[in-house]
Design a protein around this ligand. Sequence first.
Ligand code: 1GP
Length: 232
Amino acid sequence: MVAVLIDPDSSEDSQLDALVFHPHFNQVDFLFVGGSLVTDGNMSSCLARLKKRTDKPIIIFPGSPNQIDETADAILLLSLISGRNPDLLIGRHVESAHKLKQSGLEILSTGYILLDGGRTTTVSYISGTTPIPQDKPGIAAATALAGCQLGMQLIYLDCGSGADQYASPKLIAAVKNEINVPVIVGGGIKTRADLEAVFAAGADVIVVGTVVEKNPEFLTELVLAKNSIKIS
Ligand code: 1GP
């Protein structure tokens, strides 16, 4: 499956139109909305404008509690398990627990694993955490396994938005081999070959953000990648 990540700070009406009215938008399964740093007010405005345009499931990908918004369909309740920042492991969750309960959002408990994508990304800077090196698939696999043992329903392997490198197929395969919950993979995916490599390694959901924001025509590459996986 494929999710397109929308940054509420870069969601002009013209950009949303270019995405949702693209002939291959039907290939997109979910919309993720959020980010490490979102300007106050832009989340609710972005969600309202998306809801007017599409009935695809909208899932909040929150960088902070102020991105909780009941007009979405669900939320990835992220715990940054690759890091050792207690705020992002449990602190923010405690602060937002009641608000989240009242929101009625479907809660998807997600172990979020930040990988080294070759450059400092906004998420690594803002979270103050060290990404897992890509040549240490064993650390990523053990981290994912621990997340599942703590009851997390999903594991998200992320190199961060705009990363130079995406999650290596070897690392994805090592994680998949260790756990039975769906694995979301994102960050730094830029070409059809990247999509095919990540699908082939076993990703259950691929997230694309920057590349679609820059060029909605990338959705055509998505169709070609999906078809090529089906054929092979
Ligand atoms: C980032 O996984 C997402 O958290 C998407 O990354 O913007 O690099 O596609 P990109």
